[in-house]
Design a protein around this ligand. Structure first.
Ligand code: C5P
Length: 304
């Protein structure tokens, strides 16, 4: 048995969901990815990934939306993370999901990040932080942030990270949509809207003012500076989200935004108490499959 396993030989790692407080999308690159400038915040919805030695590599998912996650090891991101640590990985992986699937909150990336952390420990891989981050970037654009956690500025395709100074706690209500959105389809829709000149002309907006507001810990100012270039594309694919966004601000949120590629809508609230009121009102309007509260920033992927 490898070091640091429990008596059953299993190791569990936990990773958080993310919200993009700012998501600036540049042109599509030759490799198909878009150049991004984004500010990530890790928020308190978590997936737990447990790995234990087994005869063969397998994946089982439980929890909310588990039926929509592929369990085929060739396609499952947690299994691909295990194979990245050891090409002959023989582990049973169990993923306990609370992060919405295809929700724009990096649920798959969180599973990959947690699996990387758990498998490097289980296999006794002598990797330094840079090796973990390089493996994370190979697995997906958001995976390095899922390892990192907290608040960070992402550039490149989102994988190049710099820590961001952020004061205070931010309180969110999350409206989880009835059907998910595919990230590549949302980027493609943005390209289509831009080609037709229908997207907003805010693509050159920088996150500088937001970074200052985060350093100062001013939630009202942060609320006024939330920005997502992908939002017009997500709204174009799911027009009903306009109603969801309006319902959240009508209910008393400071601001609402589509999270990443959507369709989850994230509402920033003044404090923890107001999230309870906003969540209850949003749930009552029936605009979402489910409504959750969360706070951020929280830590990156870690053994629990
Ligand atoms: O990196 P990841 O596998 O999460 O990306 C999923 C898809 O999202 C990519 O294949 C691409 O279509 C789109 N994407 C993009 N630009 C980025 C990140 C993702 O176009 N910076």
């Amino acid at each position: 048995m490898a070091a640091n396993t429990d008596s059953s030989g299993s190791i569990t790692a936990r990773a958080a969901a993310k919200i993009n407080l700012h998501l600036g999308v540049g042109e599509a690159r030759a490799d198909g990815f878009h150049e991004l400038t984004t500010v990530f915040q890790a928020v308190s919805l978590f997936d737990d990934v447990t790995v234990r030695p087994a005869a063969a590599l397998s994946v089982r998912t439980v929890g909310e939306g588990a039926a929509d996650v592929p369990e085929d090891p060739a396609r499952n991101l947690a299994a691909r993370a295990a194979l990245r640590v050891d090409p002959d990985a023989r582990v049973a992986i169990e993923i306990a999901k609370t992060i919405p699937v295809a929700g724009g909150m990096a649920g798959g990336s969180a599973d990959a990040a947690a699996a990387l952390v758990a498998c490097t420990r289980l296999f006794g891989a002598d990797w330094d932080r840079a090796e973990v981050m390089a493996a994370a970037a190979d697995l997906g654009s958001d995976v390095p942030f899922s390892v990192h956690g907290g608040t960070a500025l992402g550039t490149g395709r989102g994988e190049a990270l710099a820590p961001v100074l952020s004061r205070g706690d931010y309180h969110w209500v999350l409206a989880i949509a009835k059907t998910g959105l595919s990230t590549p389809e949302v980027f493609a829709e943005l390209d289509r809207l831009r080609a037709k000149d229908e997207a907003t002309g805010e693509t050159t907006r920088t996150p500088d003012a937001l970074l200052r507001a985060l350093a100062g810990g001013d939630v009202d100012e942060v609320a006024g500076l939330l920005h997502n270039d992908l939002q017009p594309a997500a709204l174009s694919l799911q027009p009903v989200l306009r109603r969801t966004l309006r319902a959240g601000t009508d209910a008393g949120a400071l601001a609402g935004i589509v999270s990443g590629s959507g369709p989850t809508c994230a509402f920033l609230c003044a404090d923890a108490e107001s999230t309870v009121r906003v969540a209850a009102e949003l749930a009552g309007r029936g605009v979402a499959k489910s409504v959750r509260t969360a706070h951020g920033p929280v830590a990156g992927a870690r053994i629990v």
